[in-house]
Every structure is written in structure tokens, then in C-alpha cells.
Design a protein around this ligand. Sequence first.
Ligand code: NAD
Ligand code: WQD
Length: 337
Amino acid sequence: MRVLVTGGAGYIGSHTLVELMGQGHEVCVVDSYANGSPEALARVQTLSNGTLEAHEADIRDTDRLTTIARAFAPEAVVHFAGLKAVGESQRQPVEYYDVNITGTLSLLRAMEAAGCPRVIFSSSATVYGEPVYLPYDEAHPTAPTSVYGQTKRMAEQILTDWAAARPEAAVMLLRYFNPVGAHPSGRIGEDPQGVPDNLMPYLAQVATGQRPYLQIWGDDYPTPDGTGIRDYIHVVDLARAHVAALDRAAAVTGAEVYNIGTGRGSSVREMLDAFSRAVGRDLPAQVMPRRPGDIAEMQADATKAATQLRWKAELDVGDMVASIWTWQSANPKGYRT
Ligand code: NAD
Ligand code: WQD
């Protein structure tokens, strides 16, 4: 298929490009490079056969996006472009609503102009909010607790309403759990700007000596070792879920929502121990008070994706930490090396 990929120069987008191109899809990237890198695209090209077309553009520039979409004539869009930092979204709500909502509306206008009926959307398990029960299935109530989460929930609604208004449309809303890891080649990976918010990129910088120790945000949660539990998913598995969703979007119409996780939870201490094993020494850590807004535990019920998308996560925590270490040790400063 001809696939337009917004935000393809970012972390999840770059890994998805490799899988899409590996399956023979023709891709065209639109990215503003606000948080992505042309170097990531250059490296994707070296990992893949086929050519990668890329445009530096902001998805909110509807005229530009429409021109690109009309020329490329995509059969589907994978929509990654957006802002994703929970804390920052509380401080900059207007920017988050603008990029994530105005950006999505702009994309839909460009898709309409180009006659493209299919879109795969990067949503997040954060739309569920405080768990009413676990594991979360897709029917769990949504109650986002941050501006970022609100933008994801609103964009899901906009895309669902768009599909309802167009009989030919197919919308796949993928609710990712905690994406981690890197391509096994170590050529592409997660490249956060500034101090990483998330556990695994922070730990990766502890491993290279750029940060003195991991701060464990609380060890008094009602979990077996007291630290927070998450459903970490290898970014390569996640990338493959997009290929599966694309196949599904070619076969059905309407809007569908899928949890993309492994169904298994790991604690902060378990991730720290696994990373220490990958590096071959104990990484330093200090227990700190809980991080405001964190929940104790979350895991996906990923049965629906297994049944309908015929997709299942295949890589485990060992694969996740090994690939992060391969990427981080070869590129301690990310794409700026
Ligand atoms: P990322 O920041 O690495 O990638 C996003 C890409 O979008 C970047 O390359 C950035 O330059 C681009 N972009 C941002 N604003 C843009 C704009 N206005 N116009 C064009 N391009 C723009 O993030 P990621 O981790 O790869 O996440 C991709 C998507 O998945 C995001 O929508 C994010 O909300 C969602 N998601 C991420 C996670 C996670 O933990 N990483 C979890 C759930 C959902
Ligand atoms: C995981 C665990 C922390 C950092 C966030 C977003 C979510 C989604 C994924 C986009 C928790 C602990 C972390 C550290 C720590 N993103 N931790 N020390 O908060 O589950 O999810 O990223 O959609 O929306 O909220 O991920 O990696 O920040 O935290 O102890 O330095 O690690 O308390 O238990 P989180 P995370």
C-alpha cells in the first residue's frame, strides 16, 4: 500500500517505517522535526529496501499537507505526529491541543482532499486513567487525567465521528501501553531531548554514566516489590502491530480500538534488574517519593488484537533491555553523536 506516515522521524515512527518497508509498503513521511531527526530517516533508509520519501512540514499546515497528500495519493495514513510529554502538557495545554487536535483535523482535511479513506492512529493507554479493573480491556471506561491524555481521547472521538460519516472509511485506534526498546541493529532507537521523563531512556543514560543513578519514584505501592508495574512493549512488536492494523484497515470499514501491549506487567525493580544484567553490573538507584499522578499498576488485555488483528507481542523484557543497550552504547548522544 501507499502509506503516508506523519511523525515518521520520531521514535515509534522510525521503527514502524522499517517494518512497513520490509513488507513492501511504499512510504512517504511528513515530519516537522520538532522532536524527530532527519538522521533517523537516513538510518531507516540504510536498514530498508525501497525508497523513503520525506517532507519537512507541520501537519497543521493544511495547504502544504494537502499538496503532499495529493501528490503521493496515499491509500492509508499512519498518524504518529504529536506531542507526548504528560508533564509538559499540563504546563502548555494550548500547544498540546493545537498540535494534537488541530493537527489531526488538518490531517483529515488533507486526507479528504486526497481521497484517502484509512488511518491508523497512535493513541495511548493513558486514555483509561485510574483503573476501575485490571487488566484494562478496550471496554474499560476512559477518564484521562492529563491534558495529553485528553488530547488522545478527543482525537479518538474525532476520528470515530469521521469514520461514522464516511461509509468507505477505516480508522484503527491503537492504544499503546509502554513502548520501550530499539531496533536490534542499534541503528535507530529512542532519542529524548533533555532529561528523559520515562523509565527506560533514563536508565539507559544511567548505564552510560550520563546520569548518576535512577530515581525510583516510590516503593510503597501495593505491588509485590512496592514499585510501579507497567506493561512494557518492545517497539519492534509495536511497529509490527501497525502493519497488522493496516491489513485490517484494508479489509474493513468503521472505527476499531485495540490495546497494544503484552498483557504482562513488570515492576520498576524488575526493569532495573533486567537492565543491570544486560549491562553486566548493578546500576545505581535511589528510592524517592512517589511521582504525582502515577498509578500503581497497569496492564493490557491484548486479546482483541490477537483475535482481530492476528497480532501478538513476541519479544520479552530481555529483548527490550538488550536492544536499548545496543542502541545506547553505540549512540550515547542519540542521533547527535
Ligand atoms: P516522538 O516525539 O519521537 O515522535 C513524534 C514525531 O512527530 C516527531 O518526529 C516529531 O518531530 C513529529 N511532530 C511533532 N509535532 C509535529 C507537527 N506539528 N507536525 C509534524 N510533525 C510533528 O514520539 P513517539 O514516542 O514516537 O510517539 C509517536 C506517537 O505515539 C505520538 O502521537 C505519541 O503521543 C504516541 N504514543 C507514544 C507513547 C510513548 O510512550 N512513546 C505511548 C503512547 C502513545
Ligand atoms: C514507568 C514507571 C514510574 C521514571 C508514560 C505516559 C504514558 C505513555 C507512556 C504516551 C512508573 C517509574 C519512571 C523514573 C521511575 N506515553 N519511573 N523513575 O508514566 O507509565 O507512562 O509513558 O502516551 O502516557 O504517562 O511511563 O516510563 O514514565 O514510568 O521510577 O525516572 O517507572 O513511577 O512506575 P508511564 P514512565
